[in-house]
Design a protein around this ligand. Structure first.
Ligand code: 5AD
Length: 436
C-alpha cells in the first residue's frame, strides 16, 4: 500500500479535482494520508490566477521537500503546473512530477515513471477529458461539489484560466443526474455545481436551466448552489428555472470585476455596467431576498481614479452583500500583458484598501439589519474556535450555532442573534408545540 499526501490551493474546482485525483490514485492502490512525513508521494494542487497564489505554493513546496525521504516523490499539479510545465522541473530540481488538469488520469503511470528516476511532466490539453469514469473520493458530508463543466472558452484579458484549463466542455445532464442521485444515497442534501462559466453549461441538448430543474427534481436534494456564473449567461430561461426550482438557493456569486465600462472593455468582459446592473435587477425581481457576492479587480492597466470610483459606486448600486477584492496581477501569456498604462503597486494597494473599507462597511450595515430574522441553516462543521458548530443559510450567511458535532448535516430553523459584521451567531428556534 502506497500513501499519498495531497494539499489543495485555490478555487473550489481544485478541491473537486483533488477528489478526482484521489479517485484515480485509489484505483491504482494508493491510500490518502494527512501526514506528509509518512507519504510516499506528496502532491500540491496549485492555483495560477495571481502571482501571490503561486508564491505561496513555491514556499510550501520548499517546506514539503524536507519530508522527502529517498524514494519519495514530490509533484506539483494543477494550474501552476500547467502554466509552467517542464520549466518547473528545470527550476526546482527536487520536484519530480508536473501534471496539468487534463492529465490526472495518467497520474499512476507518471508516478511509476518518476519512481524509476525519470522526472516527468504531462501538460497536454485533452478537450475530451471529463473524468466521467472516475469516482471522486469525497470527504463525507451533506454538502458536496459536482463539476459540471471544465475549461473556459471566454477570453477575459486578465485571466490565465483558459490557458491552464483548456477549452470548455460540459458533462451530460444524464451523467450529472446519476452522480447527484448517487450522492443523495450517501447522505448528500446540498450540491454546488462547478464550472468556470457555469451558467453557460450546455451538453448539446440541454442548457443550464434544464440542468437546474433536473438536479432540483432529484429526490433528497434540498439545496443547489452553483459557481461561478458569467453575468450575461443569465438568460430568462435560467432565471426562471432558478426562481421556480425550490432547491436553488437565494444567493448568487456574480463576478463584476469592475464598474467602469472602459475597464470592462479592456478586460473583454461581455457586458457594460448597465447590462450588469440589469442582470442584478432581474435576479432580484425573480428571487426576492436573494443575496449577492462578487469578484472585483482593482488596478487593471489604464484604470484611472475616476474609473476606480465607478467600481466603488457599483458596489453601492448593486448592493452586494460581500465582495472578494483583488489587486490586478500580471499573468504571462494573457492578452492584458500588452496593455499600456500599468497602475503602480502603490496606487493599486491604496485603491484596494479603500474598496475593502467600503465593502466592509456595506456588508456590516446590511448584516446588522438582518439580526433578528429567522433562517433555515444547514449545519456544516465545527467552528475553528470554541465548541460551536458552523452552519450556512440558503442566502449563504455563515452562522455559529450551539449544537453538538453530531448535528453536522442537520437542518435547523435559526434566529440570527448577533453579527461580527461578516458572520452571525444564531439560536435554534424551538419547534412550535402542536396545539392539542
Ligand atoms: N489578477 C487579479 N485577479 C484576478 N482574477 C483573475 N485573474 C486575475 C488577475 N490576473 C480574479 C477575478 C476572478 C477571481 C477568481 O480571481 O476577480 O473572478
Amino acid at each position: 500500500m502506497k500513501l499519498v499526501y495531497l494539499e489543495t490551493y485555490g478555487c473550489q474546482m481544485n478541491v473537486a479535482d483533488s477528489e478526482l485525483m484521489l479517485g484515480v490514485l485509489g484505483r491504482a492502490g494508493y491510500e490518502q494520508t494527512m501526514d506528509p512525513e509518512v507519504a510516499d508521494v506528496m502532491l500540491v494542487n496549485t492555483c495560477a490566477v495571481r502571482d501571490n497564489a503561486e508564491q505561496r505554493v513555491i514556499g510550501r513546496v520548499g517546506e514539503l521537500m524536507r519530508h522527502k525521504r529517498p524514494g519519495d516523490l514530490l509533484g506539483v499539479v494543477g494550474c501552476m503546473a500547467q502554466r509552467l510545465g517542464p520549466v518547473l522541473l528545470e527550476r526546482v530540481p527536487r520536484v519530480d512530477l508536473v501534471v496539468g488538469p487534463d492529465a490526472y488520469r495518467n497520474l499512476p503511470s507518471l508516478i511509476e515513471h518518476a519512481l524509476r528516476g525519470g522526472r516527468i511532466s504531462d501538460t497536454e490539453f485533452r478537450s475530451w477529458e471529463h473524468y466521467e469514469d472516475v469516482p471522486p473520493v469525497r470527504t463525507p458530508g451533506a454538502t458536496q461539489f459536482v463539476t459540471v463543466q471544465r475549461g473556459c472558452d471566454y477570453r477575459c484579458t486578465f485571466c490565465i484560466v483558459p490557458y491552464t484549463r483548456g477549452p470548455e466542455r460540459s458533462r451530460t445532464l444524464e451523467d450529472l443526474v446519476r452522480d447527484v442521485r448517487g450522492l443523495v444515497e450517501q447522505g448528500t442534501t446540498e450540491v454546488t455545481l462547478l464550472g468556470q462559466t457555469v451558467n453557460s453549461w450546455n451538453d448539446g441538448r440541454h442548457d443550464f436551466a434544464d440542468l437546474l430543474r433536473a438536479v432540483g427534481a432529484v429526490d433528497g436534494i434540498r439545496r443547489i448552489r452553483f459557481t461561478s456564473p458569467y453575468p450575461t449567461d443569465f438568460t430568462d430561461r435560467v432565471i426562471e428555472a432558478m426562481a421556480t426550482t425550490d432547491a436553488v438557493c437565494e444567493h448568487v456569486h456574480l463576478p463584476a470585476q469592475s464598474g467602469s465600462n472602459a475597464v470592462l472593455r479592456r478586460m473583454l468582459r461581455r457586458y457594460t455596467r448597465e447590462t450588469y446592473l440589469s442582470v442584478v435587477e432581474r435576479l432580484r425581481a425573480a428571487m426576492p431576498g436573494i443575496t449577492m457576492s462578487t469578484d472585483i479587480i482593482v488596478g487593471f492597466p489604464g484604470e484611472t481614479e475616476a474609473q476606480f470610483e465607478e467600481t466603488v459606486s457599483l458596489v453601492r448600486e448593486a448592493a452586494f452583500d460581500d465582495a472578494y477584492t483583488f489587486k490586478y496581477s500580471v499573468r504571462d501569456g494573457t492578452p492584458a500583458v500588452k496593455l499600456p498604462d500599468r497602475v503602480t503597486d502603490e496606487v493599486a494597494s491604496a485603491r484596494l484598501s479603500r474598496l475593502i473599507e467600503s465593502v466592509r462597511a456595506q456588508t456590516r450595515a446590511r448584516n446588522m439589519g438582518r439580526v433578528g430574522s429567522t433562517h433555515e441553516v444547514l449545519v456544516e462543521r465545527p467552528a475553528r474556535r470554541g465548541d460551536m458548530m458552523l452552519g450556512r443559510t440558503r442566502t449563504n450567511f455563515l452562522v455559529l450555532v450551539d449544537l453538538p458535532e453530531e448535528a453536522a448535516g442537520e437542518y435547523h430553523e435559526v434566529r440570527l442573534t448577533g453579527t461580527t459584521g461578516s458572520t452571525f451567531t444564531g439560536a435554534i428556534v424551538a419547534p412550535q408545540l402542536a396545539v392539542l
